[in-house]
Write a protein that binds this ligand. Structure first.
Ligand code: SAM
Length: 452
């Protein structure tokens, strides 16, 4: 097995928070397995797996004693939980300690595949989370994960961080979970050890500054900036923290730690600003770095201008309202031929964001009207919006896997003709259309399980 790069170890050995023995010993062990439950689709402490144990810094986080085959679990596809590295779940503790309003507008600037986005959506229950990913293919994975999560309060954009300069002072919270050299994940991604180099660390640190500088103006006065990486290199961590304090008018926010968590508080060289390091061997999780700031200067203000948002016609609205439980609470709009819904209070936000960004998803996709019928989108199936009167059909494990493979399902006598939600353990998986002598499986081709 490829060793942890020697130059990285040499740089870490100079740090007083680093313990080489425990670090190397931990790197001979497999990574810690952890999940985060979706409060919209599970009940508190629901034991989805045997012997789950609580992660202390996130009420929805749990360690698992071993790694099951997540991909073959229909509940993963239903969005009942997200497989996420334990240390990064600490973002929740930060939001709790800084007392952020759950109605905030939040930008998750580097969001794919969506681990932190879905965490943010669970915290900001009455807020709006804009999850941005600059790389197109990764934005598709983000859309998939966010759709499965089923929160109606997420917008996915596919923009360069520069474009957020067009939203001055709009966000209450800015999370920059920056692309980095990745040394914190060396237990999980062993092949990354070989690709690691000091030159790449330097490249990453330049890019991190660029990303922060591009998006900073989108943060409101008194807004919270959270900067995180999964790198152990000071050039990408505390040195960036010093650069942030040199470049912007922000105040560094210290956090309270429980000694039992094994998280290291560190001081940056120039400003002695507080940051938090998670080392495998000390903390039960992978490598993670985070530092928190509050903006102490005014910004401009982004306001909505006239947009080309298309509203449904009366007839279309009548059709759409039949599919959702509380249509009066929803703002429904049309993007191309597809209808989308967000909570009514975010109508102006959608107009503004659509005007300034390239949106891949804005709230919940409902589907497309053809003739007098809606072809419902899988996003609608996975959301909490479905009307109670919608047909549902509960399947067993084998049938659920057949459905998720997009294979044909057998027409059963107790099925009712028409659009039907397939459910497994009472969680929606997607749509089928039951016809008199067959079933059409509407699970998205690109999401199907391919593993044999
Ligand atoms: N926050 C994600 C999560 O919790 O699932 C992980 C984000 S990952 C550490 C960093 C992301 O930044 C990647 O998805 C990567 O594609 C994106 N990225 C790469 N280059 C970027 C750039 N120049 N500007 C913004 N984001 C970039």
């Amino acid at each position: 097995m490829q060793d942890v790069p020697i130059q990285l170890l040499e740089s870490l050995e100079k740090r007083k928070d680093f313990s080489k023995d425990s670090f190397l010993k931990a790197h001979e062990q497999p990574p810690v397995v952890s999940i985060r439950l979706n409060p919209l689709k599970t009940v508190e402490n629901e034991a989805l797996f045997p012997n789950m144990s609580a992660i202390p810094w996130n009420p929805n986080g749990y360690y698992l004693p071993e790694r099951p085959s997540f991909v073959m679990d229909p509940l993963l596809h239903a969005g009942a939980y997200y497989v996420q590295e334990a240390s990064s779940l600490f973002i929740w503790e930060i939001l709790k300690q800084t007392n952020v309003d759950t109605q905030s507008r939040v930008l998750d600037l580097c969001a794919a595949p969506g681990g932190k986005t879905t965490l943010l959506a669970s915290y900001f229950t009455d807020g709006l989370v804009v999850a941005n990913e600059v790389i197109k293919t990764r934005a598709s994975i983000l859309v998939e994960n966010v759709s499965k999560w089923g929160s109606g309060n997420i917008v996915v954009s596919n923009n360069d961080p520069k474009q957020f300069a067009q939203l001055p002072g709009y966000f209450d919270v800015l999370l920059v979970d920056a692309p980095c050299s990745g040394s914190g994940l060396f237990r999980k991604e062993i092949e990354w050890r070989e690709g690691w180099s000091e030159a790449n660390v330097e490249l990453c640190s330049q890019r991190q500054k660029r990303i922060l500088a591009d998006a900073y103006n989108a943060l409101k006065e008194n807004g919270l900036l959270i900067y995180s990486t999964c790198s152990f290199s000071q050039e990408e961590d505390e040195d960036i923290v010093d650069w942030i304090l040199d470049s912007f008018s922000v105040e560094n926010i210290p956090l309270q730690l429980d000694a039992a968590w094994g998280v290291e508080e560190t001081d940056s060289d120039r400003h002695q600003a507080k940051s938090y390091r998670f080392y495998p061997g000390k903390t039960k999780g992978e490598g993670f770095f985070v530092s928190v700031f509050r903006k102490r200067e005014t910004s401009g203000y982004a306001f909505a201008t006239a947009t080309n948002i298309v509203q449904p016609t009366k007839n279309e609205r009548l059709i759409l309202d039949g599919w959702v439980e509380n249509p009066k609470d929803l703002y429904i709009y049309k993007n191309g031929n597809i209808f989308h819904a967000v909570a009514r209070q975010f109508a102006d936000d959608i107009a503004l964001l659509k005007n300034r960004l390239y949106l891949r998803k804005g709230g919940t996709e409902l589907g497309e009207i053809k003739g007098k019928d809606l072809i419902p989108s899988t996003e609608l199936a996975l959301s909490l919006l479905n009307a109670e009167k919608t047909n549902r059909y509960e399947v067993d494990y084998a049938q659920a896997i057949q459905f998720l493979r997009k294979n044909d399902l057998e027409r059963k006598d107790d099925m009712v003709n028409g659009w039907t939600l397939i459910t497994f353990k009472q969680r929606n998986l997607g749509w089928i259309k039951v016809l008199p002598n067959r079933i059409n499986n509407y699970f998205p081709m690109e999401w199907r399980i391919r593993k044999q």
